[in-house]
Design a protein around this ligand. Structure first.
Ligand code: ATP
Ligand code: MG
Length: 471
């Protein structure tokens, strides 16, 4: 059953019980009040009759010492007649509770008569036929006789009023229930609307529409729930986008990898075929085997780089203090034999926290790229300076070909080369910068590339101070 109908049903049940109970109590209260009033009146009337009887008995001639039964009958008839307008009904009995006078229509039941106490009065409500009566009984003392006087007051009207009250209240309750149920239905529809909107949003998301958001209708708990749901949907959507992007970049990676493998392999196979199918002169033989060798070497270095990237992606580092001087010295030694470009190193001494071999690899890659981008005789600068916050900045500057602005973001992707033929001719595989990014990520750092086509490139990164060493 829907929540809407559950709330509605519960409300209707509560209202029905509340209306019914309050109506029953109210009608009963009115009835009890009217009945008590009638009983009080009946008892008053009974007292008055007692007094009237005793007065009438005193007026009976004094030659009789005792009130005769006939006199009782006469007084009874007189009292009954005196009350004819009010339909008075009475019964008079003697000492042995023997009935001496009884009005027409007085019930034959003598149970109350038998219970009339000596010194008090009594009453009961009785049903006789279709009518209800207040039956009172009192003892009367007249001329040395103890008599019993009973009266009967018709109170059927009060009972009829109660029955009518119940029936009116039933109808009113029903009408009120119908009206309040209609109002409640509208309220319930309004109250449960956020839940319906949320359900719709959940379904839409389950169908794959991750951009769908539930409309927030209020600031209450349901509004908060909608807000949280939308927030969750945003996070999920972003995660899905990231995953899609990740899948796309992996596909690109595999495509580029396959392509990078294919090119040297095609050359290797071609030259190998040439070597085995023909007898070549010495020079051609050397060129062909040299080509096979260099392309094979390129494949080897590519597979090493790939392995490095995969390994660094998985690992976290144990950073050690490293004197920057050793790094700069190492690079100067490495490139001292480079006849085509000149490496100029300038640095502030200092200590950084890094994995020394990986950091050497980063700097080697950057300097190698700078050399490859520079003209023959060009200068490559390797700079190092301390930062105020304890970090250390490395910069590799060249004045070579530069990188177009729209390629800046792509050069760090694996296998990406701005000028493929140029890079390949220099044994490049487009993996150097991708590896640098991964290594720097482990050092809590990243590459900043500034470049102008034809003017040169400056690639820098900051190794943070000791505080930020936790990765
Ligand atoms: P590998 O480093 O794997 O041997 P690579 O040097 O071609 O090959 P990356 O180091 O990743 O690969 O560089 C990617 C591309 O970015 C290069 O092919 C080159 O086109 C461009 N690039 C990198 N550094 C520079 C630079 N200093 N000046 C101009 N272009 C650069
Ligand atoms: Mg490189």
């Amino acid at each position: 059953m829907k929540l809407l109908y559950k709330i509605l049903l519960c409300t209707i049940i509560i209202m029905a019980v509340a209306f019914g109970l309050s109506g029953y109590l109210f009608v009963n209260f009115v009835f009890e009040t009217a009945l008590n009033r009638e009983i009080a009146q009946a008892l008053d009337g009974s007292n008055i009759l007692q007094f009237a009887f005793e007065t009438a008995a005193l007026n009976v001639p004094t030659k009789y010492n005792v009130l005769q039964d006939i006199a009782v009958e006469q007084i009874g008839a007189k009292l009954e007649r005196s009350g004819r307008l009010s339909e008075r009904c009475l019964r008079l009995s003697g000492e042995e509770r023997k009935i001496l006078y009884v009005s027409d229509g007085f019930p034959e039941d003598t149970s109350l008569l038998m219970q009339i106490p000596e010194d008090a009065r009594t009453w009961q409500v009785i049903q006789y036929g279709e009518h209800y009566y207040i039956h009172t009984g009192i003892r009367v003392n007249a001329l040395n006789r103890n008599l019993y006087l009973e009266t009967l007051e018709d109170i059927t009207e009060i009972f009829e009023e109660r029955t009518m009250g119940f029936s009116v209240y039933r109808r009113v309750t029903l009408a009120m229930l119908l009206c309040s149920s209609a109002v409640m239905l509208v309220i319930c529809i309004w109250l449960t609307k956020p839940i319906r909107l949320l359900t719709r949003a959940t379904r839409k998301m389950a169908e794959g529409d991750y951009s769908y958001r539930a409309r927030q209708m209020s600031g209450d708990e349901l509004g908060q729930l909608t807000m949280d749901f939308n927030h969750m949907a945003n996070v999920l959507e972003n995660t899905f986008d990231e995953l899609r992007e990740e899948i796309r970049s992996r596909e690109d990676f595999i495509a580029a990898f396959a392509h990078e493998l294919k090119t040297p392999l095609t050359s290797i196979i071609g030259y190998a075929d040439l070597l085995r199918s023909r007898k070549l002169d010495e020079e051609k033989h050397f060129l062909s085997s040299n080509y096979i060798y260099t392309e094979g070497k390129r494949l080897e270095s590519m597979s090493f780089r790939l392995l490095d990237i995969i390994v660094t992606k998985r690992e976290s580092l144990d950073l050690q203090p490293v004197e920057v001087e050793t790094l700069f010295q190492y690079l100067e030694d490495m490139f001292s034999g480079n006849m085509e470009q000149r490496l100029q190193a300038s640095y502030e001494p200092g200590t950084i926290y890094a994995e020394v071999n990986l950091l050497k690899s980063v700097l080697l890659n950057l300097v190698d790229n700078a050399c490859k981008a520079s003209e023959e005789g060009g200068i490559v600068e390797l700079l190092g300076s301390k930062q105020e916050d304890g970090g250390y900045v490395f910069q590799v500057k060249d004045y070579g070909v530069g990188i177009p602005e729209d390629e800046l973001k792509k050069v760090t992707e694996a296998f990406y080369m701005v000028d493929k033929s140029r890079s390949r001719s220099r044994n490049g595989a487009g993996l150097g910068l991708a590896l640098c990014v991964e290594i720097l990520r482990l050092h809590n750092s990243e590459l900043t590339i500034e470049s102008k086509v034809g003017k040169g490139t400056c690639i820098s990164f900051v190794i943070p101070g000791k505080k930020a060493e936790v990765i």
